[in-house]
Write a protein that binds this ligand. Structure first.
Ligand code: SPV
Ligand code: MN
Length: 621
């Protein structure tokens, strides 16, 4: 091989050659030539290699060791605290088209630009070459992934978040069936934060199953296997009849019943996804990304693509999230990112105690009252500050978390952040209606994406940011997936954020009741009331569940406030969604039919009852 022995020494070369994969060698050779690192280091799946990544990250200063054993902290920099959607583009070959609003550019042009910017980008740095596996190893779901990066933080995060894939690459027997990711944090400042943010680029090349991402550190942009691989997998899944989704996977375990019912759930960022997967008494398989395939028994099977969590830390306190709080405050391998650091201790927003008035954060030295260059006050910790930890560290990890077969899924849950339109929980009328329900998810934006917070945004299946195929194709694939199954999952929709006069109508804990109602529905244990938008719970069932779970009264007034059907608001939402879909070519007729039928049902209902807000009790006759 034509790689300079000073850059890739014999020992490292041996590890690469042991994979017996010419494609891997070619890729490494190519990017050593382009990025010009000082040295290239190959990481295998040995314990020493994996532990070595963490050690290197602390030595290089990309992470700082904290007082608690195993804990480290990393900062991304003030303008790199979330996913950079504007800088993220799909490289489109000539003649191909995507849905409106999906950021793309000509493939040839994009490749030329990004490869140009990558010229010498690793000068003076080490190139880290790591092998991971998306999904459990040695399974129908496995996709091997090669990560090339100059960031020890990225490599370390991936060693926590993903299963080691060195063995998977050996199992490839020389084939090129893997994804690859080339990342560089670019030049770093004195605090080890990316300097050249104006040259931040995140370019997806679907043709070659590869992604280039440069001049960034925030994991949603830099960690190839997370949202970058999700995009490549959506493309692959849509060609191969399976699903790649922005979904948690969890085991629901109703008290007193000896059973577990698996659910997956898709929610836009910061809309209660992780907190649903972490509801006390249940078990978690994954909190962010799932692959789903049709099993031989006619059911849908899901795996967690990851093995760790990159969770939002804001609001985690001993009362609301006891399990995670305990994990975050005891010794184990954890990376904290973009929290406040004071004397070796991490602090985050709403952690249940007062925060110090000065320390180190993503802006460097921080003190209360510090302002950014636009004159806005800088928070002590980012609203999108996160923790990275292995799921196996959690006491509620599901025993089937790594099962190569996956788990059979009984229900999908879609949810958004909606203050005034949809009820807290409902079930779709059928699989195809459920696909429609998922496709019209809307959410008020949050801090997980750079830009304005609080704007209503259409986010089909909470997957819009990662949509690399036309929406019509994606929806068609969903419809077909369910049609192939004898027992498709039931599809539910939740909204934890309904308000009245600015006040939330539900507590954070209420979602456990909705979850148990959905679980019961999956076993035909509860009836439901049919409304124009879907099936809603009966008062008696919720009353009994609130009593059983929280030992509290659930009043008829609460029920009416929460589960009334707001016809005008729902028609407004339909109008917004219809406008978006009117630009879409090749939408499946069945999907359009559901849209029209739902609007007709809403209008007829409004007319029949001669009012716009209809109490759930009125639907009973
Ligand atoms: C999300 O925002 O949906 C996340 C975090 O899970 S990120 O890695 O930024 O996508
Ligand atoms: Mn996510």
């Amino acid at each position: 091989m034509a790689i300079d022995g000073k850059i890739l020494d014999k020992q490292n070369l041996k590890k690469l050659e042991a994979l017996k994969n010419p494609h891997v060698l070619q890729i490494v050779e190519k990017y050593i030539k382009i990025c010009k690192p000082k040295k290239a280091i190959v990481f295998s799946d040995s314990k020493e290699d994996i532990a070595g990544i963490r050690k290197l990250s602390v030595e290089k200063g990309e992470e700082i060791a904290l007082n608690t054993k195993g804990h480290t902290i990393h900062f991304d920099g003030i303008s790199d605290l979330a996913r950079a959607t504007k800088d993220t583009k799909i490289l489109l070959p000539k003649g191909k088209k995507l849905s409106r609003g999906i950021n793309s550019m000509d493939r040839e042009e994009g490749l030329k630009e990004v490869l140009g910017l990558m010229d010498g980008i690793m000068k003076g740095k080490d190139m880290l070459i790591c092998f991971f596996c998306l999904g459990p190893i040695n399974s129908e779901f496995s996709i091997p992934a090669l990560q090339i990066t100059d960031s020890t933080y990225v490599a370390h995060s991936e060693s926590i978040l993903y299963r080691s894939g060195y063995g998977e690459f050996k199992r490839l027997k020389g084939k090129n069936k893997f994804f690859h990711f080339v990342h560089s944090a670019g030049e770093l400042d004195e605090n080890n934060m990316t300097k050249n943010l104006s040259k931040r680029r995140i370019y997806m090349d679907l043709e070659d199953n590869r992604v280039f991402t440069i001049n960034n550190q925030y994991a949603g942009n830099s960690v190839g296997l997370k949202k970058l691989a999700l995009r490549l997998a959506i493309n692959k899944a849509n060609k191969e009849d399976w699903l790649s989704e922005h979904m948690f996977v969890m085991g629901v375990r109703p008290e007193g019943k000896k059973r577990v019912t698996y659910f997956t759930g898709a929610f836009p960022s910061a809309c209660g996804k992780t907190s649903t997967a972490m509801i006390p008494g249940q078990t978690i398989i994954g909190d962010d990304i799932a692959y789903l395939r049709a099993g031989k028994d006619g059911r849908a099977y899901a795996v967690n693509v990851e093995q760790g969590m990159f969770g939002i830390i804001q609001d985690i306190n001993p009362q609301d999230d006891p399990v995670i709080h305990d994990v975050l405050t005891t010794p184990r391998e954890i990376i904290f990112s973009n929290v406040l650091l004071v004397d070796g201790v991490p602090y985050w927003l709403n952690m249940g105690k007062d925060l110090p008035k000065k320390g180190i954060n993503f802006s460097g030295e921080w003190y209360e009252g510090k302002k950014d260059s636009d004159g806005n006050l800088i928070d002590p910790a980012s609203k999108n500050a996160r923790y990275t930890v292995r799921i196996s560290e959690l006491s509620n990890a599901d025993p089937k978390a790594d099962d190569p077969k996956g788990v059979p899924v009984s229900g999908f849950i879609y949810g958004g952040r909606d203050s005034d339109t949809t009820v807290p929980v409902f079930e779709s009328l059928s699989w195809s209606h459920g696909v429609y329900v998922g496709s019209v998810v809307e959410s008020e934006t949050t801090a997980a994406i750079i830009g304005q917070a609080g704007v209503r945004r259409h986010d089909p299946m909470a997957n819009i940011d990662f949509m690399v195929v036309p929406l019509g194709t994606y929806i068609k694939n969903h419809l077909a997936f369910g049609e192939r199954l004898d027992k498709p999952p039931r599809i539910f929709h939740t909204n934890y954020f309904l308000k009245n006069n600015g006040k939330f109508l539900n507590t954070k804990l209420d979602k456990k009741v909705w979850l148990m109602w959905m679980e019961g529905r999956a076993h035909n244990e509860f009836g439901a009331i049919e409304t124009p938008v879907g099936l809603i719970p009966k008062y008696e069932d919720l009353k009994a569940l609130f009593r059983q779970i929280f030992k509290r009264d659930y009043t008829k007034e609460e029920y009416v406030q929460q589960f009334s059907i707001r016809t005008d608001k729902l028609i407004d939402k339909l109008r917004r969604v219809r406008r978006i879909y009117s630009h879409e070519e090749q939408l499946p007729p069945l999907f359009l039919q559901h849209m029209l039928q739902e609007e007709r049902r809403l209008r007829e209902t409004k007319e029949k009852y001669n009012k716009e807000v209809i109490s759930p009790f009125e639907f009973r006759d």
